[in-house]
Structure formats: C-alpha cells, structure tokens
Design a protein around this ligand. Structure first.
Ligand SMILES: Cc1cc2nc3c(=O)[nH]c(=O)nc-3n(C[C@H](O)[C@H](O)[C@H](O)COP(=O)(O)O)c2cc1C
Length: 203
C-alpha cells in the first residue's frame, strides 16, 4: 500500500489529455496511492469554445472535475501533468497556473516533488517531445525530481517510444493513433515508485 499523494494535473480542449489523466489515475491507484485529478482553469474566450462543438462538449462533460489550487501542489508528493501541444509548447492555460507558483517556489515548497509529464498532438512529430521537455524546464526550476519513463518497461516501445513521457497522436475526430494506456499506467506507477524512494530517503 502506497502512502504517496498523487496529483494528476491536466489541460484538455477535446478530451485526449483528460483520458490520459484518467489512465494515469488508474495506474497510480493500482499501487494504492491516494490520487486526485485536477484540471487547470480554462482561459479561452467563450466564443472560441462555442465555435468548436468537441471543445464545448468536453468542458461540459468535465465541469465537475476540480480546478487545481496551489494547496494541491503542497499536498502532492508526486505530480503527473498531461497537456496537448500548442505550437510545440505547453498550453497557456497550464503556463498561467505554473506562473502562480512563485510563492511556493520561494518558500521551497516544490522541492523534491516527483514529477513526470505526458502530451498529445495532431501530428506524429507535432511537438510532443518539445512540449514535455519545455514543461520539465519549469520542473528543474522548482527543484522537482523528474521521473521520466525512459525505456524502463517494454510498453514504451509499443506506445511510440517517447522516453521523456508518454505521448500520443490524435486525429481530427479525437481518435488516438497509438495504444498508450499501458504506457501511461507504467509511467504513473514509476512516478509513484520514485516518490516512495524519495520519501523513504528523506524521512
Ligand atoms: C493553438 C493550437 C496549436 C496547436 N499546435 C499544434 C502543433 O504544433 N502540432 C500538432 O501536431 N498539433 C497541434 N495542435 C493540436 C493539438 O495538440 C491537439 O488538438 C491536442 O493534442 C488534442 O488534445 P486534447 O483533446 O486533450 O485537447 C494545436 C492545437 C491548437 C488549438
């Protein structure tokens, strides 16, 4: 039984990263970790959302998912992010939230958080890796410990082979092109395991 508090923090317009977050939650829970899913607040204008039926429907479907608060970062021992790429970087919605963590950072509250990240894009080489790596840059500033999956389990190969974090390609209808569920669960469990090692080492 794990006593690792695990926060899965995602942004999603059309549901892909919400699904990745749900799989990560299931993976962490298999280890008995206390696990919560949070979305980052939406910032897009309502007109943009209304113009995209899939976006509008997804926001309605997930209206009860709690929005992440700074206290959730303090609570978490392990944090798994999941975001769609935006021109090879993280969506402004997540960046805005990250930019509110200065106070926690200043007080050393983000040090030794064990983190990893997942991403999606419309194209097979549309910026998944760059998005994850750009998110990790912020994690290094936090003093967090990045628990990337690497090639620690063969499932990574079947999921497209991204060692930085599980990533997926999604078509215009929202269909994922690779089967990444097992890789997501492995990544979540590795993140929890590393958090356990850190917890034991700092007790
Ligand atoms: C403003 C914007 C920029 C995007 N940039 C890229 C990109 O550079 N490469 C790419 O392959 N997909 C790009 N996409 C597609 C999204 O990454 C894709 O819709 C997303 O991964 C789906 O995830 P979601 O269902 O969780 O929203 C972009 C989408 C938007 C709205």
């Amino acid at each position: 039984m794990s006593n690792i508090n695990t926060a899965i923090i995602y942004y999603s317009s059309t549901g892909t990263n919400y699904q990745l977050a749900e799989w990560a939650k299931a993976g962490a829970q298999e280890l008995g970790a206390q696990t919560k899913i949070f979305k980052v607040p939406e910032l897009a204008p309502q007109e943009a959302i209304d113009a995209n039926p899939a976006w509008k429907a997804h926001l309605e479907q997930t209206k009860d998912v709690p929005e992440v608060k700074l206290a959730d970062l303090e609570w978490a021992d392990a944090i798994i992010f999941s975001v769609p790429t935006r021109f090879g970087g993280v969506p402004s919605q997540l960046k805005q939230f990250l930019d509110t963590t200065g106070g926690l950072w200043f007080n050393g509250k983000l040090v030794n958080k064990v983190v990893s990240a997942m991403a999606s894009a419309s194209n097979a080489h549309g910026g998944q890796e760059a998005t994850i790596l750009s998110l990790y840059t912020t994690m290094y500033h936090w003093g967090a410990i990045v628990a990337a999956p690497g090639y620690t389990d063969p499932v990574t190969f079947g999921a497209g082979g991204n060692p930085y974090g599980t990533s997926v390609t999604v078509d215009q209808n929202g269909k994922m092109q690779e089967d990444v569920e097992a890789a997501v669960k492995h990544q979540a469990q590795r993140t929890v395991h590393v958090a356990q090692w850190v917890q034991k080492g700092t007790m």
